[in-house]
Write a protein that binds this ligand. Structure first.
Ligand SMILES: Cc1cc2nc3c(=O)[nH]c(=O)nc-3n(C[C@H](O)[C@H](O)[C@H](O)COP(=O)(O)OP(=O)(O)OC[C@H]3O[C@@H](n4cnc5c(N)ncnc54)[C@H](O)[C@@H]3O)c2cc1C
Length: 402
């Protein structure tokens, strides 16, 4: 197979468009959003409208290049995610849209559910900002997804869900939250399926909103499902999913979601690392000519070289995982490799940027200290770095499904 490092024209157009949006709209909001821990409602609405325009332009671009029918959805996702996070990782999570609900609905939903929960709710014409969320983590289950305690029991034409979900991004404001719950504990992890909970569902009780070290302007919520009732066809995959769970494919559905979301989350980490690298590079370019200290100059240029090398390596892993997804090649191992590497490489870049700038890097005069606080969570959510390494080693040993 030919190796081509050129981006498809459509993907390159999207990248340039999203970069301009990130530069002109997201980056200027970064500091104030971090200090206040949120964005004004009016700004969120504006972001929604701009994102709507972005979606329209992306759709038009795809139509123009649809002749070769080349699938590019995953590549668009990772390239766009890198640029948005370069703008600002917390403001990005305030852009209205389905968020992490999308991969689970796309992977596990029926065509009718994809239309109902994605196309209809997240219609570009919609006036009010709408959000989607994915809630997998529970007090006793995050890394160990198989230990999910939330239950779903059928009662006539409804499912009744009970359990607690924690650390859910946009969980309190979401119009739809996708949760995984077990239909039958005797089936173990195979008995889990995804359910869509719509805003206002009886028994959906919002708990505390987390106060965090980084991505402070992003909402992270806890909620309880207390006899929470949802319609029968809100089980992703349809009612037949119960049969799929008996056959053992329920848990695989949860994992498939991560195969598509992990490269995008890795790409966001890459965007933060690149922001820190470019900031320190530009700072050094203006400061270094004034320094006659050769050792210092050498140390800084060498560090910048290492940062750039690590970022390019991360991008290679991310693009490979996305390319495999677009070409329908199983990519669990490669998705985990990108997620294991990019956040840690980006963390090293953020530390390196502070180091290069010295006290100025530690000061709130510059965004580098903020990116350092923001990046750490990318090595925690969507599966920690340790868990990615467990997945990779199991795959290498041929025990991925065990
Ligand atoms: C800001 C933020 C936003 C989040 N958003 C979401 C969201 O939208 N939806 C959602 O579902 N979750 C979300 N999460 C939760 C996140 O995905 C989990 O916290 C994460 O997966 C870790 O799971 P855990 O909390 O169970 O931690 P634990 O599993 O208890 O991990 C604690 C430590 O133990 C290590 N560890 C655990 N098991 C192993 C093992 N087998 N081998 C080696 N090391 C191990 C971990 O790597 C980690 O270092 C969010 C978290 C944060 C902080």
């Amino acid at each position: 197979m030919a190796i081509d490092f050129e981006l498809d024209d459509t993907v390159a157009t999207v990248r340039d468009f999203v970069h301009a949006f990130a530069d002109q709209t997201l980056r200027p909001l970064a500091r104030e959003a971090d200090e206040k821990g949120k964005l004004p409602a009016g700004v969120i609405k504006q972001l929604g409208q701009l994102a709507g325009n972005r979606a329209t332009i992306m759709a038009e671009e795809r139509v123009q290049t649809s002749e070769d029918k080349k699938p590019i959805g995953a590549m668009v996702g990772v390239v766009g995610s890198e640029e948005l996070a370069w703008g600002d990782p917390a403001v990005l999570l305030n852009i209205p849209g389905p968020g992490l609900a999308a991969p689970s609905i796309t992977a596990a939903g029926t065509p009718e559910q994809k239309k109902r929960f994605l196309a209809d709710i997240f219609n570009v014409e919609s006036e009010e900002p709408r959000f989607g969320a994915l809630a997998v983590t529970e007090p006793q289950a995050g890394s160990d997804v198989s230990n999910v305690q939330t239950t779903a029991v059928r009662d006539g034409d409804e499912w009744v869900l009970n359990g607690t979900k924690v650390y859910c991004t946009n969980g309190a404001r979401a119009d739809i939250v996708v949760v995984n719950a077990t239909l039958d504990k005797s089936l173990g992890r195979a008995g889990q399926k995804f359910f869509v909970i719509e805003k206002g569902a009886p028994g959906f009780k919002i708990g505390k909103i987390e106060k965090k070290m980084g991505i402070r302007a992003s909402e992270t919520a806890e909620f309880a499902l207390d006899d929470c009732r949802v319609p029968l066809d809100n089980i992703l995959g349809g009612v037949d999913a119960l049969e799929a769970a008996r056959e053992g494919s329920g848990f695989k559905g949860t994992m498939k979601t991560f195969d598509s979301s992990r490269p995008s989350v890795a790409a966001m980490a890459l965007g933060i690392g690149r922001a820190a690298y470019e900031y320190a590079r530009d700072w050094a370019a203006s400061e270094l000519p004034m320094s006659s200290n050769f050792t210092r100059r050498n140390a800084i240029t060498s560090k910048l070289g290492t940062m750039k090398r690590e970022l390019d390596s991360a991008r290679g892993l991310i693009w490979r995982a996305a390319w495999m997804a677009d070409n329908k090649i199983p990519n669990s191992k490669e998705a985990s490799m990108s997620k294991a590497y990019a956040p840690q490489a980006a963390l090293r870049c953020c530390i390196g940027a502070i180091q290069i700038m010295g006290p100025e890097g530690y000061s709130k005069e510059h965004l580098v200290e903020k990116w350092f606080r923001d990046i750490k969570v990318y090595d925690i959510f969507e599966g920690t770095g340790q868990i990615q390494r467990v997945i990779i080693s199991r795959a290498i040993l041929g025990r991925l499904d065990k």
